[in-house]
Design a protein around this ligand. Structure first.
Ligand code: ZN
Length: 264
């Protein structure tokens, strides 16, 4: 997950001088980049919304855009608490109680639009700084996710990546999995299958990515299931969101496209 600095990163460090701070060498650079790009994408979709648009439903059943915007803001704060935990060694869970996550969403949804926009922006900057200030060895520090899984804190970069990119689409104002960096959609497909494996889901299917070659082209879950083919972005969208919001688009199957479990 970590790697050597690219020539661009080396050049940037030279230019900014000795006083500047960067992500540690041990940081998960690829995932942090995706998380920060996703934050920029979410903020762009948010800026395209007028305040009047906030009250409308988003693509998540039963949620207004206000709920979703509040959720993305408070999620950054929750993830930042995990990074703080790794930095200080003092246990600071993502949420203090089972109800905190939802209570914050409900409260946040009542904020004035300006405050909601600030919440998303400020919490994202704070999280980015927490990541940047985490020292090398601390990236392996174990923390506990909201689902109760113990993971190295480096996983927070991927956790946040999923939230910002997919919820930008959930805003329902034109965002699309086709806007995502190509490898993000491949990662989403692999992550859905990983989560299903962890939960012991019974479904069986094979996806064929018509816009990929070689080892990247086919992914299977279980055995003996139908083959579902389509572009990687359409497959990722279906696997990530297909159980609820929206019918599969752009996909073909050897038999009927199967019902699938939720992702998270
Ligand atoms: Zn979420």
């Amino acid at each position: 997950m970590s790697g050597a600095l690219s020539p661009e990163q080396e050049a940037l460090r030279k230019r900014l001088g000795a006083g500047a701070r960067y992500d540690a060498d041990a940081a998960p650079h690829a995932e942090l980049l995706l998380a920060r790009q996703g934050t920029a994408y979410f903020l762009r979709k948010l800026q395209e919304l007028r305040d009047d648009d906030f009250d409308a439903p988003c693509l998540l059943p039963g949620w207004s855009r206000r709920h979703l915007i509040a959720h993305v803001g408070y999620n950054a704060r929750g993830v930042a608490r995990l990074v703080e935990w790794a930095r200080t060694g003092v246990e600071t869970p993502m949420y203090d109680s089972d109800t905190q996550r939802w209570d914050e969403i409900v409260f946040g949804s009542t904020l004035p639009c300006r405050a909601l926009r600030h919440l998303v922006e400020h919490s994202a900057v704070h999280l980015s700084v927490e990541w940047r200030d985490l020292d090398g060895a601390a990236w392996d520090h174990r923390v506990v996710t909201a689902q109760g899984r113990t993971v190295p804190v480096s996983e927070t970069a991927w956790m946040r990546t999923k939230e910002v990119w997919i919820h930008a689409v959930d805003l329902g104002n034109g965002g699309s999995f086709h806007d995502f960096p190509a490898d993000l959609n491949d990662r989403i497909i692999d992550d859905v299958f990983r989560v299903w494996t962890r939960r012991g889901e019974e479904v069986a299917l094979t996806v064929v990515k018509t816009d990929r070659d070689g080892d990247d082209r086919i992914r299977s879950f279980g055995s003996g299931g139908p083959e579902v083919a389509g572009r990687t972005a359409d497959l990722a969208r279906w696997l990530a969101r297909g159980h609820g919001a929206g019918a599969p688009k752009g996909l073909t199957a050897t038999v009927e496209i199967p019902a699938i479990p939720r992702w998270f």
